[in-house]
Design a binder for this molecule. Structure first.
Ligand SMILES: NC(=O)c1ccc[n+]([C@@H]2O[C@H](COP(=O)([O-])OP(=O)(O)OC[C@H]3O[C@@H](n4cnc5c(N)ncnc54)[C@H](O)[C@@H]3O)[C@@H](O)[C@H]2O)c1
Ligand SMILES: [Zn+2]
Ligand SMILES: [Zn+2]
Length: 374
């Protein structure tokens, strides 16, 4: 079918909204009409070249919508089902999936390869060329044709434009706090970077019972927003937080720190480790340049203070469990999804949306699709 999508033709280019040819589902795939797509910082990393891919490329991985076509051999999904995308497919059968680590599913090896998992061919074409979709999804288009492992069925009465946020930012941020950092009641938790991911680490830490949730961001209104999501203290930089966290903890520093800055640099690691106390854990969720090897950290205190430096993908979540679980938490009023979307955009305004992210105007910008887009 012919539809449209935000295509990137090379590093440093603008998103180009243009006609694309989208294939029908082959065996194991479904087609989904999307209601919304969040604009995560991870797509921006492809624009800057921090994340490598092939071009042309279609962005977007934070989507939710309604199944419109089902390919042969698909199990447990039918036309009309509501789904959220999973930016790591979860096959359910590989060693990580079957040991409760779906965020490390072996199908993740195909994430940035461009071709479909099911048959190794391109499902999207633009100007006659095969298009690589962001994390096998490409939600910057009103329609996607994706593998069944890349979608999670949800209940039909949930608002899709809210559910879309759980596809990446909410689950990643929440899980970084509750699963990977494993925040316990009474702990002091530092979250560095209050965007679509970090704000959810703030609410995850607060719901997990943290005594102090310290939110750090250079943008003043984001620090205020963090307070609405459960932060107890805010600072404009890690450096500015040093004295405050020292005071708050009588010098013990935080049990947990989580780095969710937009484009992580080596120096952010040492800054967070300085805010992390003896036996504490620093979780690295933000992404840096794929070739960046440059981290300087104090080896003496890493060893002698027995600090734990831990990477995290998709918040350590099992999307088949956490996506419905978090939406149920939303239903119960225990997870705030309503306050996450700062601005909504038409697909055609996607470059403005990313400019607003860069200018610190959005916790999350969200593309909303309507009848005129289908
Ligand atoms: N590990 C994963 O699975 C995963 C999943 C999704 C996103 N990410 C990554 O997480 C990061 C955050 O994504 P996002 O969509 O929330 O981005 P965002 O741009 O919405 O938010 C980043 C925030 O960091 C703040 N910031 C920048 N430098 C800072 C610093 N030195 N100290 C404190 N705050 C600083 C910015 O003001 C901004 O509010 C990105 O690197 C993204 O690629 C990782
Ligand atoms: Zn994301
Ligand atoms: Zn798997």
């Amino acid at each position: 079918m012919k539809t449209k999508g935000a295509v990137l033709w090379g590093v440093g280019e603008k998103w180009s909204v243009e006609e694309i040819e989208l294939g029908d589902p082959v065996a194991g795939e479904v087609q989904v009409r999307l209601a919304a797509s969040g604009m995560c910082h991870s797509d921006e990393h492809v624009v800057t070249g921090a994340t490598p891919t092939t071009f042309p490329f279609i962005g977007g991985h934070e989507g939710a919508g309604v199944v419109t076509k089902v390919g042969p051999g698909v199990q447990g999904l039918e036309v009309g089902d509501h789904v959220v995308t999973a930016f790591i497919p979860a096959c359910g059968q590989c060693p990580p999936c079957s040991s409760g680590q779906q965020n490390l599913c072996d199908l993740g090896a195909h994430l940035l390869g461009g071709v479909a998992i099911s048959d190794g061919t391109y499902r999207i074409h633009a100007k006659g060329q095969g298009v690589a979709p962001m994390t096998l999804l490409g939600t910057f288009s009103p329609y996607i044709t994706v593998h069944q492992a890349s979608v999670i069925k949800i209940e039909k009465d949930l608002p899709l434009e809210k559910a879309a946020l759980v596809a990446c930012g909410v689950t990643t941020g929440w899980g970084s706090a509750t699963k990977v950092a494993d925040v316990r009641p009474g702990e002091t938790v530092v979250v560095m970077g209050i965007g679509g991911v970090g704000i959810n680490s703030v609410q995850g830490a607060a719901v997990a019972g943290a005594k102090h949730v310290v939110a750090i961001d250079p943008v003043a209104w984001k620090r205020e927003k963090a307070m609405e999501f459960g932060a107890t203290h805010t600072f404009e930089s890690a450096e500015a937080a040093l004295a405050g966290v020292t005071d708050l903890t009588f010098g013990r520093m935080a049990e947990k720190s989580i780095i969710t800055v937009g484009a992580i640099k080596g120096e952010d690691i040492e800054a967070a480790l300085q805010l992390t106390g003896k036996g504490g854990r620093c979780v690295v969720t933000g992404m840096g340049h794929f070739q960046d090897m440059d981290v300087k950290l104090n080896l003496f205190s890493l060893t002698l203070l027995q600090k734990d430096l831990q990477g995290a993908i998709f918040g350590g979540a099992n999307p088949r469990f956490e996506v419905p679980y978090l939406l149920d938490m939303y239903r119960q009023g225990k997870l705030n999804l309503d306050g996450l979307t700062t601005n909504t955009y038409k697909l055609e305004d996607i470059n403005q949306g990313y400019q607003d992210m860069a200018d610190g105007k959005n916790i999350r910008g969200v593309i909303i699709y309507g009848d005129e887009d289908y």
